[in-house]
Design a protein around this ligand. Structure first.
Ligand SMILES: [Zn+2]
Length: 318
């Protein structure tokens, strides 16, 4: 018994293997940005969209679709991604794929790349950011898509995306008017409120899962397994979050980052194996409740969402 106890104590002791080494200066951030231009361009396969674009995947189906995790067929996967993201979600597949799949996933928590900075709005006070600003997402996101694609001279994508977004909004309003019998203004309000109400928890889960955990510089980032183990957090399950965002975004986010092309159900199935493997090898397996993270972000908003994140150094197993 004493040896088991001792082992647990040692595991506890070595569980934190990162230390904060410094807060990046503005000059460092700017030099990093220059250095990362090549990596960003390479990973975005020739696009020039940058990486400061908010990602609005309106539900877990869109998230799965952008990862081509909805079905085995590539053609059908492409179809679903355009259907769910552009027609149903009023967002661009190209932007989502560039920012989320090609930058956020491979460079999770690396400052200047996948560090979730697209979610920060330091000019907003805590409660406005956490509860009011997300309500504007449904209006801002299509305009943002048009502005970003125009800026990047992606005319073909802009034309297709504008057509799909317009068609999606038109069908949504027509259904509300013809099937539900609502007037035009009530239909618009209904469509906006249905989308806006989910934008609030969507911002929350996206910042809760990464911000506040160790952030690395590109030069000193640990290997992928350690990066995901230290830089990703699973939120505890509840039926509403499960239904709206799915396991890959909520309670199996670590598994999703390790295996991004697995379906939601598979992420849930491998969860016990992943958690056993990480904890068995004295690696962090971050978990917390939605309410705990919400209180933490409201209380430490200045530290987490306004100031630049400190750079951590991965020390390794001791
Ligand atoms: Zn993802």
């Amino acid at each position: 018994m004493p040896s088991i106890f001792f082992k647990k104590e040692v595991q506890k002791e070595v569980a934190i293997r990162v230390r904060k080494i410094r807060t990046p200066s503005a000059a460092y951030k700017s030099s990093l940005r220059k250095k990362n231009v090549t990596a960003e361009r390479k990973s975005s396969e020739g696009t020039d969209l940058g990486n400061s674009n908010p990602l609005l995947l309106h539900d877990y189906v869109s998230h799965q679709a952008v990862h081509s995790a909805l079905c085995a067929s590539k053609v059908m996967g492409k179809f679903w991604s355009h259907f769910f993201l552009e027609i149903c979600g009023s967002f661009s597949v190209d932007l989502a794929s560039n920012v989320h799949v090609k930058i956020h996933h491979p460079y999770t928590n690396i400052i200047g790349l996948g560090d979730s900075r697209e979610w920060r709005a330091p000019f907003l006070p805590a409660l406005t950011y956490m509860f009011l600003a997300p309500l504007l997402f449904p209006i801002v996101s299509p305009l943002f898509v048009i502005a970003e694609l125009t800026k990047a001279n992606k005319w073909k994508e802009l034309l297709r995306c504008t057509l799909f977004i317009t068609a999606g909004i038109f069908v949504n309003i027509t259904l509300l008017m013809k099937v539900s019998g609502l007037k035009l203004m009530t239909s618009l309000l209904t469509m906006w409120s249905a989308r806006a109400v989910l934008s609030v928890p969507y911002i929350h889960v996206n910042i809760f899962q990464h911000i506040g955990l160790p952030m690395y510089s590109k030069e000193t980032a640990p290997k992928r397994l350690y990066l995901m183990s230290t830089g990703v957090l699973n939120l505890s399950r509840n039926p509403l979050l499960d239904w709206t965002f799915g396991h890959g975004i909520v309670n199996c986010h670590v598994e999703h980052h390790l295996f991004p092309e697995l379906s939601d159900n598979m992420c849930l199935k491998i969860k016990p194996i992943v958690s056993k493997y990480l904890t068995g090898n004295s690696l962090p397996y971050n978990e917390d409740t939605y309410m705990n993270r919400l209180c933490m972000f409201v209380n430490k908003y200045e530290e987490l969402m306004v100031k630049l994140p400190p750079i951590s150094e991965f020390i390794g197993i001791q």
